[in-house]
Design a protein around this ligand. Structure first.
Ligand code: PMP
Length: 427
């Protein structure tokens, strides 16, 4: 597979070699690095991306969920053109800032007030800091397999990039294990930070009963519950909190809500967010040159009000559910273990047939097969994430869904034969 990849992408290889001279690994986002070298993209339109080597792919990477609108939505484009015409780097309040804030507060049940940042990472940093400031406590509970941003590594293995907080890691979807850690740390806990579906870990869905148990415990013990909905906010008009009817104290947002531009936000109950009001005694400062940048505010406001309406969200996620069911039917007939997890418009392939309730269930997932899946999809002109995440975008339709289903079927046929051959040889 590597050899065919090299032969197909000579210009990407040359570009990577140039880039590697000035950026370690030739890139500035580890997640986009791909061994033996990443493909360079030169343009994108609708739900397609085109490589420097001249190949066009259906974009199922979808900028790791930020690409929900696709690449050339006319409403968002117009908002950006208007922003261009009215001038940017403004250094003052802009009306679109209030429009976007109002839209977010009206959509996400937990968000009474909101503030903007430049990334989801920053949003989480501020949400945790808010909880620490309000409770006077300093510890954070996070979950095994959770991801909350580049400088917020709550990893099992030590990393020189560490979360600047004391933390405890609980087992996902395991209430008994989580409750024991909650009790043991109750006196020190400022907040519990959880993705209501773990995105980076592979679209691992939280059981609503597990989330509800955490909600009940944190309410009873005066610990701030933060839902990291940076990825999951698109799974209904008002995120997974709306879908499940479970309301956290604070929520962090990011990705598509900026209309495709750098974005993050943290929000929640008014009494918590109030600490950022400069008219309050002892208020807390929250700064950021580009927090209210004209492009993000304009594109985001146009997108939420006119494009990704509640109805559009429901429709897209229903299509995602239909597609995932279809892919799972193909997977069930494969001679090797394979399944697609996820909710609505976000899904992830796993090479295991066991239920995936936590990152621990992926220990025996076949990593070689998953890599072959990646290369096979690329050969079929599908642009997937290397870790097997596949994301829908609004411009996609039956043509794109059929193409993905065909590519997955081809992968199963191609490698199923090898797999069966190997199994027979072992007999
Ligand atoms: N939280 C979650 C759940 C995420 O998936 C991500 C990004 N993948 C982040 C936070 C960080 O967002 P950003 O990359 O915008 O800093």
């Amino acid at each position: 597979a590597h050899e065919r990849y090299r032969n197909r992408n000579p210009l990407s290889l040359a570009q990577h070699q140039k880039a590697a001279k000035v950026m370690p690994g030739g890139n500035t986002r580890t997640v986009l690095f791909s061994d033996p070298f990443p493909i360079t993209l030169v343009c994108s339109q609708g739900c397609q991306v085109t490589s420097i080597d001249g190949d066009t792919y259906i974009d199922y990477l979808g900028e790791f969920t930020a690409g929900l609108y696709g690449h050339s939505d006319p409403v968002i484009r117009q908002a950006v053109v208007d922003a261009l015409d009215s001038g940017w780097v403004r250094g003052g309040h802009i009306p679109q800032e209030e429009t976007l804030a109002s839209l977010i507060c009206s959509r996400f049940p937990s968000v009474e007030m909101v503030r903007f940042t430049n990334s989801g990472t920053e949003a989480n940093l501020y949400a945790i800091s808010t909880a620490c400031a309000v409770t006077g406590r300093s510890k954070v509970m996070v979950f095994e397999g959770g991801y909350h941003g580049g400088v917020l590594m709550f990893g099992a293995t030590p990393s020189p990039i560490v979360a600047p907080y004391e933390f405890v890691r609980a087992p996902y979807n395991d209430w008994e294990g989580t409750e024991a850690l909650l009790r043991a740390n109750a006196d020190d806990l400022a907040c519990v930070l959880i993705e209501p579906m773990q995105g980076s870990a592979g679209c691992i869905v939280a059981e609503p009963a597990f989330l509800q148990a955490i909600r009940d415990w944190t309410t009873a013990n005066d610990v701030v519950l933060i839902f990291d909905e940076v990825m999951t906010s698109r799974l209904s008009g008002g995120g997974l909190q709306q879908l499940h009817g479970i309301t956290p104290d604070m929520t962090t947002l990011g990705k598509y809500i900026g209309g495709g531009f750098s974005f993050g936000a943290f929000g929640g109950r008014q009494d918590l967010m109030q600490i950022y009001d400069p008219l309050q005694p002892g208020y807390v400062a929250h700064a950021g040159t580009f927090n209210n940048n004209v492009f993000t505010m304009s594109a985001g406001a146009a997108g939420l009000s006119q494009v990704y309406t509640q109805e559009a969200a429901t429709a897209l996620n229903q299509r995602g559910d239909v597609l995932r069911t279809r892919l799972n039917r193909i997977a069930q007939n494969a001679p090797f273990p394979m399944q697609f997890t996820g909710i609505g418009s976000l899904m992830n392939v796993h090479m295991t047939s066991e239920p995936v309730r936590s990152i621990r269930d992926l220990t025996h997932s076949n990593a070689v097969l998953r890599d072959l899946f990646y290369f096979e999809l690329l050969e079929q002109n599908i642009w997937p994430t290397r870790r097997g995440m596949l994301n829908l975008s609004l411009p996609m339709g039956d043509t794109e869904f059929d193409a993905l289903a065909r590519a997955v079927q081809r992968f199963v046929d191609q490698y199923g034969r090898l797999f069966e051959g190997e199994l027979n040889a072992r007999k």
